[in-house]
Design a protein around this ligand. Structure first.
Ligand SMILES: [Zn+2]
Length: 51
């Protein structure tokens, strides 16, 4: 069975001020984004369509 290349997401353990989200592409590019608790809340609100 062949492995399909895919993005691999990882995150540091949440701290009081957020956590670091890293997304690794199979080609070697790594995206990093610091997610604050406020970002997470906005994403959640967006996900449930409340804003
Ligand atoms: Zn890539």
């Amino acid at each position: 069975m062949e492995d399909v290349p895919r993005l691999r997401a990882d995150a540091t353990p949440p701290a009081w001020n957020g956590y670091l989200l890293t997304v690794a592409c199979p080609c070697g590019v790594v995206f990093e984004r610091w997610i604050t608790p406020w970002d997470a809340e906005l994403d959640l609100l967006r996900a449930v369509g409340l804003n």
